[in-house]
Design a protein around this ligand. Sequence first.
Ligand code: DGY
Length: 306
Amino acid sequence: MPRVLITQAIDPAAVTLLRDAGVEVEQRQGPAPITRSELLRLVAGCDGLLPMLTDRIDGPVLDAAPLKVVSNHAVGVDNVDLAAAAERSIIVTNTPGVLTEATAELTMALLLATARRIVEADHFLRAGGYQGWRPTLLRGADLDGAVLGIVGMGRIGSAVARRAEAFGMTIIESSGDRGLPLSELLTRADFVSLHCPLTADTHHLIGEPELRAMKSSAILINTARGAVVDEETLAQALAERWIAAAGLDVFEHEPAVVPKLLELDNVVLLPHIASATTRCRRRMGELAAGNLVAVLTGRPAPNPVT
Ligand code: DGY
């Protein structure tokens, strides 16, 4: 009977799918990510691994077990050393497609929350600041008529574009044939939303020159990967108002957040919940489980990462 380690509690439907296929499942529980030593210990003897995006899967982990497959519970695979897996003929899979709409919805939530200062307004009211309606109270920015710059027009970027157009926004993009140079997108956009994968090329893609190039009224949204943005510089940009606001669902060193960001009221901070709907997380789990079962029963993986 093949054996798999799941490094965090996932949707029960996915675990059932594995057990029904005759797979022996070890599922770790707990609010914190698995530690490195726990991972090295628990993976030993496993044929398959179902890790989270917070788990670093590199040579030593791949060598700790007779693994045939690493089925990442995420569409992003920047946590997996793909070259090391390929060297060992270990198949890596991900969960594309099923989280597109949920991530696009959360991106819209951040666009609206930052533009209309929703979190700040909630805190203001709870603190007893509301003394009555007045024309100058908590004015924000319009989405209608604004230009949204999308960096990374893949599945998720396109889903955001469709929604943003319905809000009356004009879309510009910095990738593909119709794409603008990033520098031009940044100077033209009222909102910039990041949807590119994290690679060596996109690491700290948004740093000081890019933040200084943006309009002082601009808002930056990141639901991609934290390390696409230089967060220390972003904190300075927000504190000194090089840009107006930011909405962040991801951080370079999750779960840690740059302390300066926590002090600012022009940034909305979320704990990486873009795909956190019940339907989406069930589908992610089922896709990840299906990939494991396919490889462990000698069939091609539905979602191999190439
Ligand atoms: C992913 O799957 O890469 C997402 O970041 C999860 O929300």
